[in-house]
Design a protein around this ligand. Sequence first.
Ligand code: AHM
Ligand code: MG
Length: 337
Amino acid sequence: MHNGTTITQFIIEEQRHVAGATGDFTSLLNDIVTACKVISNMVNHGALVGVLGSAESENIQGETQKKLDILTNEVFIKSNEWAGHLAAMASEEMDTIYDIPAKYPRGKYLLTFDPLDGSSNIDVNVSVGTIFSILRIQGGDGAPTERDFLQAGTQQIAAGYALYGPSTMMVLTTGNGVNGFTLDQNIGEFILTHPNMTIPADTREFAINASNMRFWEPPVKRYVQECLDGKEGPRGEDFNMRWIASMVAEVHRILTRGGVFMYPIDSKMKDKGQGGKLRLLYEANPMSFIVEQAGGGSITGTQRIMDLQPESLHQRVPVILGSKNEVERILGYHDQA
Ligand code: AHM
Ligand code: MG
């Protein structure tokens, strides 16, 4: 049926142009791809294999873990710990960093991931995804620590997500544009279907959880109100709204047809001493890298996300990303506030 470029072929050909590439990175990406195929298969089988529902545990952020949160975290670890490319891993579902067991060689890369983002959607059979980011370990040969992971988003070597929707897709950047691949279930390969994805600079679609409206800060309130005012308002145009509660699906829509996604800081979070909803190292940074590589923008409201110096592994940040001109407008509203 399909005789297109596989993701493996694509990565090998891309890495051929990188001076000093040893094949380690290509091989690491391959292991990540395998993990995402396994997760895709689990998610597709859902209730048939008894993996839906909650586990009797909470993660470090006090969120109830779904059985699939835990299982998919294990899939990522098992797929990526053995090959000798990684020094350590960190994920939404683990309190602290995961050291590569002594029986395996230790490599030069660090992997952060959210194995199943949007997992509140899983029981209702709505799209979920996996998000990952690759960093290079800086400095010595000593045992990796949490501090090694505290690198700005601009330091990322690669980032990507897998979207488990009507079809399973993998979207990837190594800092050289953004490419999308669709899983051909019959042959078990991701095939390049969306080369050079770009985000239109303008949009008339926004995504935000409007149930939090009363807690938002004035610049976000202003922006959304102007969208809601439509043709009669200062924008002079009607806007459409979407909210899937699955950041991967949301970002994917924006990469496909433009739009702006917001999970801003609000007074409720501030009261709890929380810096935002989404996590910097394995949600905000990888998505920002992808969005910027596709020509979009990604900010906290007041500054570029990828410039932030992370302070802790599970740090949360406000996220506003998508079509460049809208993101710049929202930045402007914050500057004026
Ligand atoms: P999770 O990593 O625990 O699944 O949470 C992150 C998700 C994002 O995918 C999504 O944008 C957001 O949480 C939805 O939040 P809400 O339930 O407040 O709408
Ligand atoms: Mg998540």
